[in-house]
Design a protein around this ligand. Structure first.
Ligand code: KIV
Length: 271
């Protein structure tokens, strides 16, 4: 899948005939498991929390994103791999953003980058896309601005906030983004924005009225956190399975049942 294939899913004026299926991936083995089932793998900066145990995404660095981006590209064969730009790597100026994005594209081999922000990032998105860097936008709840937004609450409950999010999405699309994540918005905002733009909107906590969906893999697999946000559906409880499997291994080691004869290299029989 290329960024053009993703963008082409949405027929202007008609919406997406088939929803765009997206999920996060941070490692090569997880990318290998998920690749054939999805259209797009996002190396999200949510890896700061999910993999590194950080409180927010603000501590994620360009080097971290590049290392994980490389791993996911190695683990995938068909999905479109997009790498998130971390906080501080693209906001200062379009030229700074270009340098950081070019590094990510060249060093990981990904198909494009994602960056957060609306009208204030339009100039940068236009700068990048006109210089060969495909950009996925991200509007609504933008986690890198968590302190400014005052937390992770759903956005778009007031007219002012909802108008601003729709204007943000329109600005991002007009600047040349091939798609955009719409995060944590009330349903009418997602619906209005999806109808207003010709590129696919990819929702997370933004209702079914988007052209596609994205989710953090570890959230739906039961591998992250004890709290499940309202917008997450659990499809597996792998955390409990990991715990049970490691407990069984520990019991076997303590009881000297592991390694057993099948796991031992035999000595060559003497002639
Ligand atoms: O960082 C991330 O994983 C994301 C998705 C949740 C959209 O931005």
């Amino acid at each position: 899948m290329t960024v053009r294939d993703i963008a082409a899913r949405k027929v202007p004026g008609q919406g997406a005939a088939q929803p765009v299926v997206c999920i996060t991936a941070y490692t090569a083995p997880m990318a290998r498991f998920m690749d054939k089932h999805v259209d797009l793998l996002l190396v999200g900066d949510s890896l700061g929390m999910v993999v590194y145990g950080l409180e927010t995404t603000l501590g994620v660095t360009l080097d971290m994103m590049i290392a994980h981006g490389k791993a996911v590209v190695r683990g995938s064969t068909q999905a479109c791999v997009i790498v998130d730009m971390p906080f501080g790597s693209y906001q200062a100026s379009p030229a700074d953003a270009f340098k950081a994005c070019a590094r990510v594209m060249a060093e990981t081999g990904c198909a494009g980058v994602k960056l957060e922000g609306g009208q204030e990032m339009a100039e940068t998105i236009a700068f990048l896309t006109s210089r060969g860097i495909p950009v996925m936008g991200h509007v609504g709840l933008t986690p890198q601005s968590v302190h400014q937004l005052g937390g992770y609450r759903a956005r778009g409950r007031t007219n002012t906030e909802s108008d601003a999010i729709v204007s943000d999405g329109i600005a991002v699309a007009q600047a040349g983004a091939f798609a955009m994540v719409v995060e944590g918005t009330v349903e009418p905002v997602a619906r209005t924005l999806t109808e207003a733009v010709d590129v696919p909107t990819i929702g997370i906590g933004a209702s079914v009225h988007c052209d596609g969906q994205i989710i953090v893999a570890e959230d739906i697999l039961g591998l992250f956190g004890t709290f499940t946000p309202k917008f997450v559906k659990r499809y597996a409880d792998l955390g409990a399975e990991v715990s049970d499997a490691v407990a069984a291994y520990a019991d076997d080691v303590r009881a000297r049942r592991f390694p057993g004869p099948e796991q031992v290299f035999g000595a060559k029989p003497k002639r």
